[in-house]
Write a protein that binds this ligand. Structure first.
Ligand code: ZN
Length: 383
């Protein structure tokens, strides 16, 4: 009988060398001695050698290999049989060193080759044991709630920027769907959302206050310009002024009132009053002045206003001349032309309906009207 023959042939030292040191499996040893693996098992028991658990041939040992002169923990992959550093393995409790038995590449290729089958199996398992799994998960969640939430919060704050960016991107991509979903939710549960709002409102009062305050501080100019835009648009007049334009204009007047040395309480003034139905809000018609000067001028003709005795004490004549020159330049007109244009505007005031019916700007209308052509003919005749 082969059984006894083998038993007599293999010594204890030989078997220990093969099974314990070289970590050969009983099957591999059996092939070597051309016998059945149960014979080897019997032999192991006879020699009182501890038998390993079934399957896999036991854990691979963690070895040290040298990479770039550094000793690195590594082990043999059970898939490709190559010795690789532990960092090449996914974390897992199955293998040695707290890593998976197969290297990442092997696992990945196995997954991609058997993806459908794996997913099918996992899904089948999930639906078969759904109640048990969900129970286990919720139990785990509630017993470790504080810890889990703390981890989640910490993770959120660590990757806050990235998270917010992602969320913003996702929102922009699916905006209509997201808002529709949210609206539907609110429609189905109005009481719940109202209660939520009621609870939130006083709690976030301070936060809201702070937000509005900082928003106003950061966008002060844009907000003020928007007010002007609305006022200009109500009269159907053109609005062509960016925040940068207005900053440039203020810079041009040295951050001062355009007509006095005041540096505070400045407001935007329209040279041609908006109430005339002419001009509008654009570079050639607006400039910064002190609020008192603004109030004094209001809707009067600026050239008439500037010659009034009470105004002469209020404004600087040199500054006035400079302002008129700048505005004329912005409108591509000579100073006397500009004055004639303003006078024409005063004597040809328009209602909102009239402005609506003619899309041309005041300057364009004036240029195509008789006084402008007549005057220019005069000049030509003079030469
Ligand atoms: Zn491998």
């Amino acid at each position: 009988m082969a059984n006894i023959k083998v038993m007599n042939r293999v010594t204890k030292q030989e078997l220990e060398q093969l099974y314990l040191t070289e970590l050969k499996s009983t099957r591999e040893i059996a092939i070597k001695y051309s016998c059945d693996k149960t014979t080897i098992l019997d032999l192991l028991r006879k020699y009182k050698i501890p038998v390993r658990n079934k399957g896999g041939g036991g854990k691979k040992h963690v070895l040290f290999i040298e990479i770039n002169g550094v000793q690195v923990e590594s082990k043999e992959c059970t898939g490709c049989k190559m010795v690789k550093p532990l960092t090449e393995y996914d974390i897992g409790t199955k293998g040695a060193g707290g890593r998976q038995p197969k290297c990442r590449l092997c696992r990945r290729s196995y997954y991609s080759e058997n993806k459908i089958a794996i997913l099918k199996k996992a899904r089948a398992y999930y639906y078969k044991n759904k109640s048990q799994i969900t129970l286990k998960r919720s139990l785990n969640y509630y017993t470790n709630k504080d810890r889990l939430l703390a981890i989640r919060r910490e993770e959120y704050y660590l990757n806050r920027e990235e998270r917010q960016q992602k969320a913003r991107k996702y929102y922009a991509f699916r905006k209509s769907i997201v808002t529709a979903k949210e609206r539907l939710k609110r429609k189905l549960n109005p009481e719940k959302y109202r209660a939520k709002e009621r609870e939130r409102y006083p709690r976030r009062k301070e936060q809201r206050k702070h937000y509005h305050k900082t928003y106003y501080q950061n966008n002060q100019l844009a907000i003020k310009l928007n007010v002007k835009r609305r006022k200009t648009k109500v009269r159907e007049l053109p609005f062509q002024l960016t925040v940068q334009n207005w900053l440039d204009i203020q810079e041009r007047f040295g951050q001062e009132c355009a007509l006095s040395p005041h540096r505070k309480d400045l407001t935007m003034e329209h040279f041609i009053p908006v109430s005339w139905g002419h001009g509008g809000t654009y570079r050639g018609n607006v400039y910064p002045v002190h609020c008192r000067i603004n109030r004094s001028k209001s809707a009067t003709n600026p050239f008439v206003w500037a010659e009034r005795s009470d105004v002469k004490n209020l404004i600087d004549l040199q500054k006035w001349n400079r302002l008129v020159m700048i505005l004329a330049q912005e409108n591509n007109l000579k100073v006397d032309e500009f004055r004639r244009f303003v006078d024409w505007c005063e004597s040809n005031k328009r209602t909102v309906e009239q402005i609506k019916s003619d899309p041309r700007t005041s300057l364009e209308i004036w240029k195509s009207s008789s006084p402008y052509i007549l005057n220019n003919d005069d000049i030509i005749e003079d030469f």
